[in-house]
Design a protein around this ligand. Structure first.
Ligand SMILES: [Zn+2]
Length: 481
C-alpha cells in the first residue's frame, strides 16, 4: 500500500517516496521561545507527531528535526522594522535573553510532553548555528542573491524566480500589499533580512563579515535543515501561518544558494476557540497551561486528531465534553481487555480477531490517505463496539489479545493517547491503573469478609478523588469523573 500525502508545493495528493527507502527525514519549524506555548502550537505539534508515529509504525526510521528559535524572530514579520522578540522580552523582564529563551524552551518541552508529543531526534537552536547561517548568507552574496547595506544583509527577492511558488503568491501582487514603513537601506521593499546590524542596545550579537549583528529569522531553518537532513530531504512541515513569508523565504534562501530543499511540504491548519480564531483581544486566547489547568491534556490531543490536520479544529465546551466521552469509551474497552485477558479461556475467537484485523486495515488505509485521523479514529470506535459486545460473553484469549494489540499499537502508539487523567504525564497512566487495581482488590477483600463499613469508606474516598467504582457481572471497573 502506498502512502499518499498532500504536498503544498503541488497542491495535490502525491505518492510519498522517501529519498532513502526505509528512512524519513522531517523538519518541523519549532517555537520562538519568548512566551508560553498556546493551543495552536499544540495542534501543529500533534499533527506532525502523529505523522511521525505513523511512519515509525509502518516500518520507517524517522529523523525528526524541530528547531528552537532563540534569536532573530522579530515583532513584525511583514517588514523588517520590528524588534527581536526575545531581546524585547529580556528587557521587559530584566533578564539575560538566554534566560528567557531557556525558561520558555523548557516550559515548551513540558507542555509538549504532557500532550504526548515525542521528543525530536534533533532540536537545533538558532544561536548554536550562527556559523552555518553566516556561511549560507555569504554564499548568497557570492551568487548575487543578497547584498549588504550598513551592516545588514538582505535577500534580493526579485533575483529568485521561484519566489511565491509555495504560497501561490505573485511578486507583483505582493508589492501592492507591502507596508510603507520600509527600511531605507533596502534596495527593494520586498527584500528580507538575512543578517541584521545590532544597534548598541541589542544584547544578542555576534561577529560577522558585516560587523556585529544577529541572523534574520528565516535563515536558521535553511541552515539547520540542510545540516541535519541534507539536500533534497523528504518533508518540511509547519503551521499554515508559516507558509508565507517564512517558508517561502526558506525555499528562496536554500535553492538560491544552489541546494535542493525539501521535496514535500506539509501544513497544518489552525484551530478556533468558541467559533473564532484565537486572539488576545477577543478573550479566547488559551495557552496549553490554561487548558491543562482544567482538563486532561489528552482531551486536547483527541480534539486535534478528530479533525484532519488540514482542517480547522474546534474547541468549545461541547467538543471537550465529546472528547471526554469518546476517549473514555476507548480507554475503558482497552482497560477491560487487559483485565479479562489473564482469566480468559485459551483458544481463538474468530469474531473478535476478525474485528481486530478489520480495524487495523481500515486504520491503515485511512492513514495512508494523507493521514486521515478522523477515519482512523472511527475504525477504533467500530472495534470498541465489537469488543464491548464480545465482553458480555466469555471470549477466548487470542481474540482479546488481538483486540488489545490494536489499542496498544494504534491508539497508544500511533495516535499517542497514552496520558492518564488530568495532571498525569504519559508514563503515569500505567501507574494509575495499577494503584486503582490495588484499591479494588482491597475493597473486594473487605466485602468478602463482610466488612461493609470499610468497603464503603474506601469507595467514598475514591469518589472524593473523582474515581467512580462500578460493580458489574464480570467484576469491578473504575471510571474517572
Ligand atoms: Zn522554520
Amino acid at each position: 500500500m502506498t502512502q499518499q500525502l498532500f504536498n503544498t508545493l503541488s497542491r495535490t495528493k502525491e505518492v510519498f517516496t522517501p529519498t532513502t527507502p526505509g528512512h524519513v527525514g522531517m523538519y518541523l519549524c519549532g517555537p520562538t521561545v519568548y512566551s508560553d506555548a498556546h493551543l495552536g502550537h499544540g495542534k501543529t505539534a500533534t499533527a506532525f507527531d502523529i505523522v511521525r508515529r505513523w511512519f515509525e509504525y509502518s516500518g520507517h526510521k524517522v529523523r525528526f528535526v524541530s528547531n528552537i528559535t532563540d534569536v532573530g524572530h522579530i515583532t513584525d514579520d511583514a517588514s523588517d522594522t520590528g524588534r527581536d522578540r526575545i531581546n524585547e522580552r529580556a528587557k521587559l523582564e530584566k533578564l539575560e535573553p538566554m534566560e528567557i529563551a531557556d525558561a520558555y524552551m523548557w516550559g515548551y518541552f513540558d507542555d509538549m510532553a504532557r500532550l504526548g508529543i515525542k521528543k525530536p531526534s534533533i532540536t537545533p537552536r538558532a544561536t548554536g548555528h550562527i556559523l552555518e547561517q553566516i556561511a549560507l548568507v555569504q554564499r548568497l552574496i557570492e551568487r548575487g542573491l543578497a547584498y549588504e547595506r550598513a551592516g545588514s544583509v538582505y535577500f534580493r527577492v526579485r533575483a529568485f524566480p521561484g519566489y511565491g511558488k509555495l504560497s501561490g503568491r505573485k511578486i507583483d501582487e505582493l508589492e501592492v500589499g507591502t507596508r510603507e514603513d520600509v527600511r531605507e537601506d533596502k534596495d527593494d521593499p520586498l527584500d528580507f533580512a538575512l543578517w541584521k546590524f545590532a544597534e548598541p542596545e541589542h544584547i544578542m550579537r555576534w561577529d560577522s563579515p558585516w560587523g556585529e549583528g544577529f541572523p534574520g529569522w528565516h535563515i536558521e531553518c535553511s541552515a539547520m535543515a540542510l545540516k541535519y537532513l541534507g539536500e533534497g530531504f523528504d518533508i518540511h512541515a509547519g503551521g499554515m501561518d508559516l507558509q508565507f513569508p517564512h517558508h517561502e523565504a526558506e525555499i528562496a534562501q536554500t535553492e538560491g544558494a544552489g541546494y535542493e530543499f525539501a521535496r514535500y511540504w506539509m501544513h497544518g491548519n489552525m484551530l478556533t476557540v468558541n467559533g473564532e480564531k484565537m486572539s488576545k483581544s477577543k478573550g479566547n486566547f488559551l495557552t496549553l497551561k490554561d487548558f491543562y489547568a482544567k482538563s486532561d491534556p489528552m482531551l486536547l490531543r483527541f480534539i486535534f486528531a478528530q479533525s484532519h490536520y488540514r482542517s480547522v479544529a474546534e474547541l468549545t465546551d461541547e467538543t471537550v465534553q465529546a472528547a471526554h466521552s469518546g476517549l473514555s469509551r476507548l480507554r475503558e474497552a482497552r482497560r477491560e481487555l487487559e483485565r479479562r485477558i489473564s482469566d480468559a479461556p485459551d483458544g481463538s475467537d474468530a469474531k473478535l480477531e476478525g474485528a481486530a484485523k478489520l480495524a487495523r486495515e481500515t486504520f491503515t488505509s485511512a492513514m495512508n490517505d494523507d493521514f486521515n485521523t478522523p477515519e482512523a479514529l472511527a475504525a477504533l470506535f467500530n472495534l470498541t463496539r465489537e469488543v464491548n459486545t464480545a465482553l458480555q460473553g466469555n471470549p477466548a484469549k487470542a481474540g482479546l489479545e488481538a483486540a488489545l494489540a490494536v489499542y496498544v499499537d494504534l491508539m497508544d502508539g500511533v495516535l499517542g493517547f497514552t496520558g492518564g487523567a488530568a495532571d498525569l504525564g504519559g508514563s503515569s497512566a500505567g501507574l494509575l491503573d495499577g494503584l486503582l487495581e490495588i484499591a479494588i482488590e482491597a475493597r473486594k477483600t473487605y466485602r468478602q469478609t463482610r466488612d461493609f463499613a470499610k468497603s464503603d469508606a474506601l469507595r467514598d474516598r475514591l469518589k472524593s478523588l473523582g474515581v467512580t467504582l462500578e460493580d458489574t457481572a464480570t467484576g469491578t471497573r473504575w471510571k474517572l469523573e
